[in-house]
Design a binder for this molecule. Structure first.
Ligand code: ATP
Length: 320
């Protein structure tokens, strides 16, 4: 199976033990390992694919715990660096009464922000068939330069580049800077996935429609996906476009749904890139990805909720 290398942050979310409370009002918190790029790597591996995570963790108990979680889930941690001087990133996350999430980050700076270009495992990165990343690793140096170098190395070695911006506005100095930086690497990506919220943010339009989605198109892009939560997703290719309905499930916590969707999609495309340009086959793959996203909302947390291939199939078959 072709290797998917996912680059960026892995951290621990501290989630209130009860939902619908403020951070101050929470009676307690539980540790929920996460970080979108790490979730994607684990999503790929859980579905039977070949994945590696590249990023930096603190050389502390939490960093060791996260590295162990990657390995336990069959993700290569060869490209993980431990920083002796900085802590593993933490985020406190509230699940508000309306189901939306609010974040408070502890990154001053955290280890993930300190990855340098020299620390990259270039052999690993060059062996990727797909190189996946977000935008949090673009926020500050030296991680920003490491991100840009890793992306360029992967691309010149022939990898497809996959980009999920995963907007986390509170981490950026301003909304304008976030938009400018997220867009600064836009035209390098072969596959881009945005959520409806990100589409609105990046286009400045309050409409989620084909016109606003296509305003994000760039000439070298092969596939653009807009995920719509319980409503499924829309897909855009140079020659066709359409939508996939969401699956009805008993949603408890949407954390990681987008990462599960991306992991499922990339795991199917990695050994058969022709899928991207064959609408009938792409639709089958996107149904599978939507089923994986849906399953991930039925349990608390991201990583514990990522499905195995058999679970995804049972949701798909149950829906027929
Ligand atoms: P994240 O919560 O990880 O930031 P996201 O906003 O990037 O996610 P979503 O649109 O929430 O992405 O979810 C990705 C996919 O997962 C959707 O396209 C959909 O197929 C599925 N999904 C998400 N939420 C639900 C839900 N409540 N019910 C059914 N399917 C869902």
């Amino acid at each position: 199976k072709g290797l998917i290398v996912s680059f960026g942050e892995m951290l621990i979310d501290f989630v209130p033990t009860v939902s619908g409370v403020s951070l101050a009002g929470a009676p307690g918190f539980i540790k929920a390992p996460g970080g979108a790029p790490a979730n994607v790597a684990i999503a790929v591996a859980r579905l039977g694919g070949n994945a590696a995570f590249v990023g930096k963790l603190g050389d502390d108990e939490f960093g060791h715990m996260l590295a162990a979680i990657l390995k336990e889930n069959g993700v290569s941690a060869e490209g993980v660096i431990l920083d002796e001087g900085a802590r593993t990133a933490l985020a406190f996350v509230t699940l508000r009464a309306d189901g939306e999430r609010e974040f408070m980050f502890y990154r001053n700076p955290s280890a993930d922000m300190l990855l340098t270009p020299d620390e990259l495992d270039l052999g690993l990165i060059r062996s990727a068939k797909i190189f996946h990343y977000g935008s949090i690793s673009l926020i500050v140096e030296p991680c920003r330069s490491a991100h840009l170098k890793a992306m360029d190395e992967a691309k010149s070695a022939g990898a497809l580049l996959s980009y999920d911006p995963n907007l986390r506005l509170p981490l950026w100095p301003s909304a304008e800077y976030a938009k400018e930086q997220i867009m600064s690497i836009w035209e390098k990506a072969d596959i881009i996935k945005v959520s409806d919220v990100e589409l609105e943010f990046l286009t400045g339009s309050d409409k989620i429609d084909d016109e606003s989605a296509m305003s994000l198109w760039h000439p070298k892009l092969q596939l653009l996906l807009v995920t719509l939560g319980e409503k499924g997703c829309r897909y855009y290719n140079k020659n066709f476009r359409g939508s996939i309905d969401g699956y009805r499930v008993n949603t408890i916590d949407t954390t990681g749904a987008g990462d599960s969707f991306v992991g499922a999609l990339l795991g199917k495309i990695v050994d058969d890139q022709a899928i991207i340009h064959d609408e009938a086959r792409l639709i089958e793959v996107l149904k599978y990805a939507c089923a994986c996203g849906a399953i991930t909302t039925t349990k608390k947390g991201a990583i514990p909720a990522l499905p195995e291939h058999s679970e995804a199939l049972s949701v798909l078959n149950g829906a027929k």
